[in-house]
Every structure is written in C-alpha cells, then in structure tokens.
Design a protein around this ligand. Structure first.
Ligand code: FEO
Length: 160
C-alpha cells in the first residue's frame, strides 16, 4: 500500500504530465498553423508521450492500492515567437519536470518505499533522454538559422 504522501505527490505529477501533454499539443497546433508541419508532428508525438507518462503513473498508483485522480490543470501558453523559442521552452520545461521527478524520488526514499523509488527511477532516466533530445533540437535550430529551418522541420517530421 502506498503512503498518502506519495499518493498525493504522484497525483500531482499526473497533473503535471497532463499539463505537459496539453502544452505540447498546443505547440503542435500553433506550429501547424504557422506551416511548420514537421515540428507540429514531432510535438503531437511528444504530447502523446506525456499522456502515456500520466497513464503509467496512474496505473502504478492503482497497482499499489492507491487512488488515481485527475486534477484541474492551468491553461497552457497559446503562442510563441518562433520555432526556436518553442523548442527552448520545451527544453526549459523538461528541466523543470526533471526536478519534480527528483523531488518525488527523494520522497519515496524518505518514506522507505523502495518499490516506488524503483518505479520512479525509470522516469529519472526518461528525463535525461527528454532533456538531451530537446537540447539537441535547440542546438540544431540555432545552427541551421532561418535558411536551414525548413530542413530541420522536415527532419523533425520523421518522428514516429
Ligand atoms: Fe513526462 Fe517530458 O516529462
């Protein structure tokens, strides 16, 4: 049985993952509207991935006898100045998520819930990947500049 404290923290993280999903979906809509179809496709996949994280956490909570719930989430930003700005925002957001996950891991250790710690460590690894991916895209976009944007956009559209 999972502790009330961890249950609360996990439900908070579920809300954060769903907010991330909404953020990336809004980015996808915005990018599509601006004609950046490849980047829009990449973001749509990212939105699905975040929803998957929320579902995985809810499934875990339920498997440990806890209650999963969906909390109200704040509205997400609606527009950005450029494709680069969107991916910079993505990178900053993922760094924030990493620190949230780290806090829950610390709580699991404090509660001596090593099963939850094990489960959450998967997300620690996931965050390393998420930060690296977003940072690499930012780097590519900076190097490409205006002239190479179409090429990078086409590359991002290959995400499956
Ligand atoms: Fe689920 Fe990108 O953190």
């Amino acid at each position: 049985m999972i502790s009330d404290k961890l249950q609360k923290a996990l439900n908070g993280q579920i809300a954060a993952e769903l907010w991330s999903s909404n953020l990336y979906l809004q980015m996808s809509f915005f990018l599509k509207h601006e004609g950046w179809d490849g980047s829009a496709c990449w973001m749509a996949h990212q939105a699905e991935e975040e929803r998957g994280h929320a579902l995985k956490m809810a499934g875990y909570l339920l498997s440990r006898g806890g209650a999963a719930n969906i909390q109200a989430t704040d509205a997400v930003p609606q527009d950005w100045g450029s494709v680069l700005e969107i991916f910079e925002h993505t990178y900053e957001h993922e760094c924030k998520v990493s620190s949230m996950i780290n806090s829950i891991v610390a709580l699991a250790i404090e509660e001596k819930d090593y099963a939850a710690e094990n489960f959450l460590r998967g997300f620690v690894d996931e965050q390393v990947e998420e930060e690296e991916t977003a940072s690499a895209i930012v780097d590519r976009l900076r190097k490409a500049g205006e002239a190479g944007l179409l090429f990078v956009d086409a590359e991002l559209g290959k995400r499956k």
